[in-house]
Design a protein around this ligand. Structure first.
Ligand code: NAI
Length: 332
């Protein structure tokens, strides 16, 4: 058997963990001939629940699952890891300000970044799902300075998938006909879902949907807020947060990172900015990206109209403010 890919999932006893671990072990993400070894990292109070998840993974008899280990220590959990899915995070509690939230998450993602820097495999790739995902990814990366910057990513794939469906619904076409939508900026209410470069069955989406350059009408009044506030809408209707769709998006992100984006299309991911599109270097911002040979690359050369520029700038300003708060709390 080839050497298994070591995957560490944090928050493994949580809801998203439960929705993604079984699919990781089944082979549908990395491929039908890629064995995996799963490491489940939890806080001590939840390791017993994680042991229960491990028992269920055993009971699936997945031929590609080499084994499951449960940890409460990040150093042990990330030792030799090839892929780290950082799902566990501290949710915003009542009365918590942004600074409190960042400080609580810094105490999680700082040590996890250090552990990744100290012991992960040379080819380690990191996806941060836990919110605030972009800035948690920034904090993680800051604590692993020897790991190449392009290995740290934050999840905006759920927003991307939501945008694909909203465009397809509006145009009344199957979702597979929609390509090249983009999520720009922060995974937050300021994110900018962009259809100006999207295509519907090969035609410019803005033409098909009659979207004017200034974004007036459906784009501003319906599409952007629907995508950006979809998480809150799910909570209201389902009575619980997005779990299966978030896990699905994490697996889509990993799938494309390892196996490539389809020819002629791109996806969205939070990656460390190289200054593209005027996003300050070092911020973890969502961009349109392609993946080839295990690397994401920011799609270059897209023209941003004034509407798109203003939306992107607003979201990037929020990212910069989060970075400054994190820096002022000595989290970077
Ligand atoms: P959950 O509360 O069910 O599970 C979180 C788990 O993380 C818990 O089992 C907890 O014990 C664990 N945990 C907390 N601190 C930890 C640490 N230091 N090390 C290891 N594990 C730790 O939450 P759920 O629903 O699974 O969501 C997880 C995160 O994903 C949340 O932060 C949520 O906001 C975020 N999320 C992000 C999305 C995105 O699009 N980027 C979409 C949906 C959710």
């Amino acid at each position: 058997m080839t050497t298994p890919v070591r995957i560490t999932v944090t928050g493994a006893a949580g809801q998203i963990g439960y929705a993604l671990l079984f699919r990781l072990a089944s082979g549908e993400v990395l491929g039908p001939d890629v064995p995996v070894r799963l490491g489940l990292l939890e806080i001590p109070a939840a390791t017993r629940a994680a042991e229960g998840v491990a028992m269920e993974l055993d009971d699936c008899a997945f031929p590609l699952l080499d084994g499951v280990d449960v940890f409460d220590d990040p150093r042990a959990a990330f030792d030799g890891t090839n892929l780290a899915l950082l799902v566990g995070a501290r949710p915003r509690g009542p009365g918590m300000e942004r600074g409190d939230l960042l400080a609580a998450n810094g105490a999680i993602f700082g040590p996890q970044g250090e552990a990744i820097g100290a012991g992960a495999a040379d080819d380690v790739r990191v996806l941060v799902v836990g919110n605030p995902a972009n800035t948690n990814a920034l904090i993680t990366a800051a604590h692993a300075p020897d790991v190449p910057r392009d290995r740290f990513t934050a999840m905006t794939r759920l927003d991307h998938n939501r945008a694909l469906t909203q465009v397809a619904r509006r145009a009344d076409v199957p979702v597979g006909d929609v390509r090249r939508v983009t999520i720009w900026g922060n995974h937050s209410a300021t994110q900018y879902p962009d259809v100006f470069h999207a295509e519907i069955a090969g035609r410019p989406a803005a033409d098909v949907l009659h979207v004017p350059e200034d974004g007036a009408g459906w784009l501003t009044d319906d599409f952007v807020p629907t995508v950006a506030k979809r998480g809150a809408a799910i909570i209201e209707v389902r009575g619980g947060s997005s779990v299966a769709s978030a896990a699905n998006a994490a697996l889509d992100h990993v799938h494309d990172w390892y196996r490539g984006t389809p020819e002629g299309d791109w996806t969205s991911a939070g990656v460390v900015s190289d200054g593209s599109y005027g996003v300050p270097e070092g911020l973890v911002s969502s961009f349109p990206v392609t993946a080839r040979d295990g690397r994401f690359e920011i799609v270059q050369g897209l023209e941003l109209n004034a509407f798109s520029r203003a939306r992107l700038d607003a979201s990037v300003a929020e990212l910069a403010a989060e970075r400054d708060t994190a820096a002022s709390l000595a989290l970077l």
